[in-house]
Design a protein around this ligand. Structure first.
Ligand SMILES: Cc1cc2nc3c(=O)[nH]c(=O)nc-3n(C[C@H](O)[C@H](O)[C@H](O)COP(=O)(O)OP(=O)(O)OC[C@H]3O[C@@H](n4cnc5c(N)ncnc54)[C@H](O)[C@@H]3O)c2cc1C
Length: 499
């Protein structure tokens, strides 16, 4: 049996890994990647001076099932010694800022009398009064299936919290507009259900007992370290690409996976229980296709018999961002923290700035003291940004980013290194109704009996953790028992208790 995987980003690589690790029936697995490299949005540049710039994801969270699963994967791949972690008492965990009214406002994380009972800028109410308001907020009589993040938090806590907290936070995660993003699909928990059950979000979060329905088998080494050492985020010594590089390496060692770079899929023709996968040079007859590419790209590969599916896939859109990595020689600021985010009312085009050196000093230049920052621009406001810049020349973007950094962090020095990356359609947007749309897509695939599995950031989570975990869960249908990972230092899962 032959399976073809479309796309070699982290979802496609994880799909190949789990198919081979879990003894799937596919004797031949072909991974097609359009570009000449694997990793997709995982893009690490390793500079000659030893510094690391991330143009895509830069850190992973250990929390939740997805977080646990990625830690297990790192252990399985033998990457434990390459993990760099930030603990919960580190300044980059404790200090997160909102840039508003032309200044940095530290978010009151972790309580304290003053932070709890007195209003802290940019908010006009104290955390205590917000909590009281939330506990007393009425619950709508009618069942709400979905609503925007802005609408939900405005009615439960107040518009100020929606405008100045949720708005910047989700600009930082989805680069999107919370008046359109779905509260059901973008939050890690079903807040609408919690509200209905407990009549308050806070009460529900405190009282509800997390169901321990996790029957997965994990390699525990790094999961235990993360718990014991109280990690808040983590990455790898050589940057996030270490994950995709190791996955590639381990998959290739298996022998039954053929990775074909610079080989875009041009079309899919379904015929009974087979599917023809068309590339520029051949037509591969497969028993199953796993698509990890952006839903709109998949939509274009389908012919007229799959018009309904194609139309549904096309409804999921994505936003584009410009990522600017900047390095300065020497310390540039006394402000330590994860970074700052901007509410769209402050400046729609500038999403935020990440203080990379504060979080992962290990990624700084080797021979001199430096400060690295990453500025995120555009997202749902990309067209506005392009209008503002006038052109998309690298020098124009670089000058603009350095001007903004100088205004927001009072940096007057010229940078020693700048890399500008334009990331087109890089973050799918889960608008209100997204979960229904995904249900319709899944139903269309199963009603038509298509030998097709859908993984990737378009459907059930954009984080790297979600992408990996969803690939694993989606392909569970093919599991026949875990095989050893052929990687140096790997901690193997040999037991096959419940897969
Ligand atoms: C700037 C940025 C910052 C982020 N920061 C974080 C972060 O800090 N933490 C976090 O957890 N997540 C973060 N994310 C989200 C996360 O990185 C992505 O959601 C995730 O990497 C998506 O992986 P994927 O494999 O699903 O898709 P992709 O990475 O898009 O991979 C799809 C692959 O398919 C290929 N392809 C496309 N069309 C075809 C075709 N026709 N045939 C063959 N191949 C094709 C593409 O070339 C690509 O390599 C960030 C994303 C971005 C863009």
């Amino acid at each position: 049996m032959t399976a073809v995987i479309l796309g070699g980003g982290v979802s496609g690589l994880a799909s190949a890994y789990y198919l081979v690790r879990n003894s799937s029936p596919f004797k031949r697995i072909i991974l097609l990647e359009a570009s000449d490299r694997l990793g997709g949005w995982i893009q690490t540049s390793r500079l000659d001076n030893g510094a690391i710039f991330e143009h895509g994801p830069r850190s992973l969270r250990p929390a939740g099932k997805g977080g646990k699963n990625t830690l297990s994967l790192a252990t399985e791949l033998g990457l434990s010694n390459d993990i760099i972690a930030v603990t919960r008492n580190h300044p980059s965990t404790k200090n997160r800022y909102i840039y508003m009214n032309k200044k940095l406002n530290r978010l009151a994380i972790g309580g304290g009398f003053k932070n709890t009972f007195y209003p802290q800028p940019p908010f006009s109410q104290s955390v205590f009064s917000m909590v009281i308001k939330e506990l007393r907020a009425p619950v709508p009589d009618n069942d709400i299936e979905d609503e925007s993040i802005h609408s939900f938090f405005s009615r439960r806590i107040g518009q100020e919290v929606a405008d100045y907290l949720l708005d910047p936070v989700f600009r930082g995660i989805f680069a999107g507009d919370i008046s359109k993003l779905s509260v059901k699909s973008c939050l890690p928990m079903d807040v609408l259900k919690i509200e209905k059950e407990y009549k308050s979000l806070m009460r529900g979060v405190i009282r509800r007992k997390e169901k321990d329905d996790d029957n997965e088998v994990y390699a525990m080494n790094d999961i235990m370290r993360a718990t014991k050492e109280r990690w808040s985020t983590w990455s790898f010594q050589k940057g996030m690409s270490q994950l995709s590089e190791r996955l590639e390496d381990v998959i290739i060692r298996r022998g039954n996976v053929e990775i074909r770079k610079s080989t875009p899929c041009r079309g899919l023709e379904f015929d009974g229980d087979k599917v023809k996968v068309i590339t520029d040079t051949e037509s591969i007859t497969a028993d199953h296709v796993v698509s990890s590419i952006f839903s709109q790209d998949l939509s274009k590969l389908l012919g007229s018999p799959q018009e309904e599916l194609s139309n549904l896939l096309n409804q999921i859109t994505a936003v584009s961002c410009i990522v600017v990595n900047v390095e300065y020689k020497d310390y540039m600021s006394n402000i330590e923290g994860f970074g700052h985010l901007l509410p769209s009312s402050e400046d729609p085009c500038v999403l935020g700035v990440i203080y990379d050196s504060s979080t992962f000093k290990q990624h700084d230049a080797e021979k001199y003291v430096s400060s690295r920052y990453t500025m995120m621009l555009g997202g749902a406001w990309y067209d506005k940004l392009v209008d503002r810049l006038g052109d998309l020349k690298e020098s124009t973007i670089q000058d603009y980013a350095c001007k903004v950094l100088s205004e927001q962090l009072d940096i007057k020095t010229e940078p020693s290194n700048v890399v500008v990356t334009i990331q087109k359609n890089c973050i799918p947007q889960y608008f209100v109704g997204h979960s229904k749309l995904v249900e319709s897509i899944d139903k269309c695939v199963s009603d038509n009996g298509l030998p097709l599995s859908l993984v990737g950031s378009s459907y059930k989570g954009v984080s790297v953790n979600d992408c990996i975990n969803n690939a694993k869960l989606t392909l569970k249908q093919f599991d026949h028992g875990i095989k050893k990972v052929e990687s140096p230092d790997a901690e193997n899962i040999e037991k096959n208790s419940n897969v």
